[in-house]
Design a protein around this ligand. Sequence first.
Ligand code: GSH
Length: 306
Amino acid sequence: MSEIILHHYWPSPVSEKVRVVLGIKGLSWRSVEIPRLPPKPDLMPLTGGYRLTPVMQIGADIFCDSLSIIRELQRRHPEPTLYPGGAQGMPWAVAQWTDTKLFQNVIQVVFADSRETMPEGFWVDRGGLYFGAGYDGDAIEAARVQNLVDIRAQFGFVDARVGEGRDFLLGAEPGLPDALAYYLVWFFRGRYSGGPDFLRQFPSLLAWEGRMQALGHGSHEDMSAEDALEIARAAEPAAETAADPDDPTGLQPGDAVEVVAGAGGAAVAGEVVSLSRDHITIRREDPRVGAVCVHFPRIGYAVRRV
Ligand SMILES: N[C@@H](CCC(=O)N[C@@H](CS)C(=O)NCC(=O)O)C(=O)O
């Protein structure tokens, strides 16, 4: 079976979400470090233009977006489950809280805090990505206190939920909601100068944070980007054709489409292989890697016929 290859960089919070899932499942994986800013010349042949971090590769199958990655990890490695206690469904709804509202509050505090020290290129690229083109740095600074008020309430949800015999958010075992909440605590602690002090008010969350850290990241070994491209080139995509008669778009396998991440970046062109309410897979050809299948979530990704 092909290896799990994670294209990421270590300071990336969304990658930390996936690394924690790899830890919960005790998986071994290969680590390809990608640049923190575009261009990403050794990633583009795999994704066809998707530029966000992380991306998972298994042979010639490329999974874009942490949610698509995590869903595939759960499918291939069902145990230990990310849905302890039969919680399937609900954790994905939790992602629509953590990855939107909570993520925005935390990223704004981190931005306001590092405005003076962040390299110009990073400020321009990430600001545009997270706050929209022509965003207002002063407004983000002015919102700092309200963001902290909002974060305090939301970290409070976690603090209230764990402890007293419940080690993790769903009970005795770690699951997807833990990874979803943890990566933002990790980011807030590590990249906001006031983070460690602020977190002291949440004793149960702190104990849970320690348990999350102890889960680790599974085991990994570095891999070069060239080797990863060679693996894709030598492999055939494993994705199978599947239609979804209930899909509101009416798209069918074989249709030519472009997929665009709501967060921005280039459209990825290809031919639909399969789709469902949770995913769309397209097949594309690249001169460096041949045929690859690229997998995306549906929420937050626009698909248009071309
Ligand atoms: N919805 C995406 C969001 C990914 C995301 O925003 N990742 C950040 C890094 S933590 C990013 O891509 N930053 C720009 C970059 O790495 O070029 C996911 O869940 O994977």
